[in-house]
Design a protein. Sequence first.
Length: 247
Amino acid sequence: MFTVDRLCSGYGGVDVLHEVSLSVPDRAIVGLLGPNGAGKTALMRAISGFNGVRSGAIRLDGQALQGLPAEEIVRLGVIQVPQGRMLFGSMTVRENLLLGAYLQRDHDATRQRLAFVHRLFPVLAERSAQPAAFLSGGEQQMVAVGRALMARPRLLLLDEPSLGLAPKVFDLILDRVREIHEAGASILIAEQNARKVLRMAHYCYVIEAGRIALHGPARTLAQDPRVEQVYLGAGPSTSNDPEKTWT
């Protein structure tokens, strides 16, 4: 179980997140929905150790992650696919993928993991010797996801994976995320595309202005008037119903 408890964090001395709490059960897909600037990336950065935590706690199976260096968080199995992919453009596809295994000392395990990535994304095997900068946006996103998989994530963090992608390419990425989940990883996906995340997630949180505005099972939220009006294109929300809780 992964939990965030009353987290306050941000950039420098300015808090962007205000007492944010959420949880990702083992083997679950959890969505984090919200508009641009709501705090999704700030939360992902705090979880990964890139943003400081002023108060609150981040735990994986009861172990505190706040205050740990990013490398140690990766070693514990919390791996992020950052917004914008952040590849090394002059390096080959293979080199970018192998960077994800930099903590792995078992070369056989690394080869097996690379084979797994190539099964998920066969085009990456074909493009293995090509510089990452020459790939399409969709192929670059595949490299970013593949690089994260090389670290054998227990919890995979996906920050705006649809950014810059055509809808059909994003659908392909989501299909592969489902396969990654079926292989044993828990998933926390931060996205503006609420409709597609609600279809694949077990549970979702909606974040607005750095606070959790509502949350609930994905199927329930998909029928909630507030989500339908604001995030599924039906107009402004006017509801003041209390926030949903885990059921």
